[in-house]
Design a protein around this ligand. Structure first.
Ligand SMILES: [Zn+2]
Length: 317
């Protein structure tokens, strides 16, 4: 069995072909240019797909698609996606399914990535885990009893929007004090930037001309060097992330919490403080069951997720 997978993002997308074991036979990364509207982007995505199918030499049996939500998984239609303006109402399963004349299946990107870790990554063989993506925002996917947990309206897993600090900073969701507003890459950079306004002594000034240039990666790098200002910002954010993970542990009693996304490039600078907070603050009986581990699929988490979506759907036919 061969699957064509699409990991569609607003700025970049990855298209690839894999067999049922998740071995990638060909893949290609393209600029989506989603802001220019769907017509141009779909043409580029389809052209890239034909290229990878040709390169793989495989006959494609099914298509899996991961894309930012909200979306309607069953009808394959995209709703309002902030970084894909004008895409509302586009039926992705129809677009790609017709192009290759095979069944196509759509899933939101966070759920897809969780399914990808379950099939091919750090969650292989584990039927109860929670996957967190800590990047620009914070997304999540819940695997319960070996299956993705969707909830009544199929929007479960918004772990980035559970509340950590009632009076915390505003969040893109419209509320305040959510995990995402306190520990995403964007938030780490924003917190550092705001505090740089008071001109503290920090090595960050060697790397930036103005506070607006600071990134989460710089904060992590400076904190690793022992910079006092950066360490305070970084470990405060990691404490909030740890509290978020401790809440997840208390609610789901998972075997694993798998964390992926750009901010995890900080490695032990992220995992050690988060594990410590979970040990201290989750209920002991639940904390002893859980391991907090990095995602295995890395940059390909969306693509591996798209393959897993197609495998899941075709196996239940
Ligand atoms: Zn929020």
């Amino acid at each position: 069995m061969h699957i064509l997978g699409f990991d569609i993002g607003g700025t970049k997308s990855i298209v690839g072909v894999a067999d049922e074991t998740g071995t990638v036979l060909a893949k290609k990364r393209i600029e989506t240019r989603g802001h220019l509207g769907p017509a141009q982007a779909l043409t580029r995505l389809k052209a890239a797909a034909h290229e990878v199918v040709c390169e793989s030499g495989a006959k494609v049996d099914a298509i899996g698609i991961g894309c930012g939500g909200p979306l309607d998984r069953r009808s394959g239609i995209i709703h309002v996606v902030p970084n894909l303006p004008g895409w509302q109402g586009i039926c992705l399963t129809h677009e790609f399914g017709n192009e290759f004349d095979v069944p196509a299946y759509l899933e939101n990107d966070a759920n897809a990535a969780a399914m990808g870790e379950h099939f091919f990554g750090a969650g292989k063989g584990v039927d109860d885990f929670v996957f967190l993506i800590v990047g620009t925002g914070i997304g999540g996917g819940i695997i319960a009893n070996g299956k993705i947990y969707r909830g009544y309206g199929e929007n479960a897993g918004e772990i980035g929007h559970h509340k950590i600090r009632p009076e915390g900073p505003p969040c893109p969701c419209g509320d305040r004090g959510c995990l995402e507003s306190l520990a995403s890459g964007t938030s780490i950079a924003r917190i550092a930037r705001d505090r740089l306004a008071s001109k503290p002594k920090t090595v960050l000034w060697d790397w930036i001309a103005s506070p607006g240039e600071v990134t989460a990666e710089m904060v992590a790098r400076a904190a690793r060097k022992g910079d006092e200002f950066a360490s305070r910002v970084w470990f405060e954010c990691m404490e909030n992330l740890g509290i978020g993970v401790a809440n997840v542990v208390n609610i789901f009693n998972p075997r694993l919490v798998i964390i992926g996304g750009g901010v995890t490039k900080a490695g032990d600078m992220l995992f050690e403080p988060v594990r410590k907070v979970v040990r201290e603050r989750a209920m002991p009986e639940l904390a002893k069951d859980v391991e907090i581990v990095p995602a295995a699929n890395g940059e390909l988490m969306g693509l591996m997720g798209a393959f897993a979506v197609a495998l899941t759907e075709t196996s239940t036919l």
